[in-house]
Structures are given as structure tokens and as C-alpha cells.
Design a protein around this ligand. Sequence first.
Ligand code: GDP
Length: 306
Amino acid sequence: MRITALAGGTGAAKLLRGLAACLGPGELTVVGNVGDDAEVWGLHVSPDLDTVTYALAGLLDTGRGWGRADESFRCLEGMAGYGAPTWFTLGDRDLATHLVRTQALRAGRPLSAVTADIAARLRVAARILPASDDPVRTTIVTPDGRLGFQEYFVRDKALAEVVAVEYGSAARARPAAGVLEAIAHADRVVVCPSNPVTSIGPIVAVPGIADALGAARARVVGVSPIVGGAAVSGPAGALMRACGLPVSPLGVARAYAPWLGALLVDPRDAALAAALEADGVRAVVAEVVMTDRAREVALARAVLAA
Ligand code: GDP
């Protein structure tokens, strides 16, 4: 069974671990978000690709939901001593990933090739593709100016009022090699529980990807990151509101129209099933909050069965 999953970071990582546990090697392809990539200390950081890679390699710090387990922060201390900005926390082992990536990019290799190399080195069985090899940078527009996603989310702790979210550079990007084929040839396309605005939005803003989802022969099945009127974690609620979307599975379905076929929703949102069906999306009620490995696998099974 060939599964292609669109993924952000922390929420996606949990479902992807569950899917990987249910699938054979080579059956899972991940199309990852690069809209929140950032340059830190001169290094190219791809937080969502790294979260997914570390999760599938069994190396993720599951408490934080990002970075590597068994991590130290000596370089960060050293950088603080030089007065360098330290609001974006990079661990020592994690730095190795960014050094290897940056070196390869400077040598002219595409991000997709570097991402594959890193995943192979870390013995990840799944194929991890960035949505694009071209720069895609989500811009958060606030009353006081424009922010990169990491400035908004990490530095300013998602406290700024959001006026709009822009994917200007995504509109000029091309899908990375293999992305459109992975969507077209999948037996199932999965949209992980991820921030619809800043994780899935930048993926489908890359020209060609939304069309491929619409034309896919497989059903596109999503998992709602919104449960009981709020995001399970993070700023998805505020960002959806800023984009004029209701903070509910209905807003998720609207963000993924017209290509979403089915959406897994929490039992607390079961009453929205009829409204989802009216929007052309089949609602599947399931336990969508993943609090441990058993729930990750159970949700993955529900996604595969939906
Ligand atoms: P980010 O880049 O780290 O923000 O990663 P994602 O976009 O993948 O994850 C954030 C989204 O995942 C948030 O909108 C959360 O509400 C959602 N999320 C996190 N954990 C879970 C979970 O266990 N179940 C569901 N359904 N959603 C989750």
C-alpha cells in the first residue's frame, strides 16, 4: 500500500510514527512543509522536515516535540557568550544536521537530495520529500509589520495579533521532484493533524500540488488538528481566525476544499458530521488526540481504514 502524507511538525510526527508502525518499508512517502524554514547563525534550518525525520528515526525529543532526545546546548551557551541571538534553540546534535544541510546546499545540492541523505543516514525507512526545493517562506502580517514564521512563533511566542498570512514565495516555487507523482500514485493521501495555515497551507500553495490533490485517484483523508473548538496545541486557532476560517473541523475542511474527501474528527465534534457532509467531506469519528504510542498506531489504523 502506497501512502503519501502531507505533514507539518509536531502533530504530524505522532501520526507518522503510527503510520510507519503499520506499513512496510518503502510504503510511506512524506511531503513536508518548508514554509517555516529559517536561517539561524548562517545555517539553513528546516524545523518541520527535521521533526518528521527525527520522529521516524526514533531520535525525537518527544517531551518537547522538536529537536533530538539526549541533547545538550553547549554551542548555544557559547553563542550567547558572543551576544548572538539565542531565541531559536538549537541543540548540539541537532546542529550537526543543520551544518550538513547547509554545506550541501552551498555545494549546489537541492534540499530534497540533502533531506533524503539525512534520512538515510538516520535509517529512516520512509521517503521524506520537501514540498519544494525552492525557497518557501510563510509571512505573518501583524499590525506592526511582517514576520517570518519563526519570529512570530518562537521569538514572539505567537502573541502578536495576526492580520493575514502570506505565501508569496510559495507561489513562485515548483514542487520538488517526486511530489506530484507521490500524490498521483498513492493508494491513500493523508493530511496529518498539522496547522492548516502554516504547515499544510504553504505545501498546497506551491503551484501544482493542490491540482494534484484534486486529481489524485486515491481518497484524501485528513485528521483534524482542531478538537472541541481549539487546537490540540500551538497557534492554529488564532491563525485560522485571522484567515477567516472557523476554529473547528469545518474550518479545517474549508481550508482543504475542494480536494479533501474525508476528515477524522474527535468524538467531541461528532455533532459536526452533518455539516461536514453538506460541505462534501465525509466525517469519520475517531480518537484523534494521540497521547501515547498506542493511540498513534490506533489513529493510523483508523486513517488507513477510513
Ligand atoms: P508545528 O509545525 O510544530 O506546528 O507542527 P504541526 O503543524 O504538525 O502541528 C501542530 C498542529 O497539530 C496543531 O494545530 C495541533 O492542534 C495539532 N496536534 C498536535 N498534537 C495532536 C494530536 O495528538 N491530535 C490531533 N488531532 N492534533 C494534534
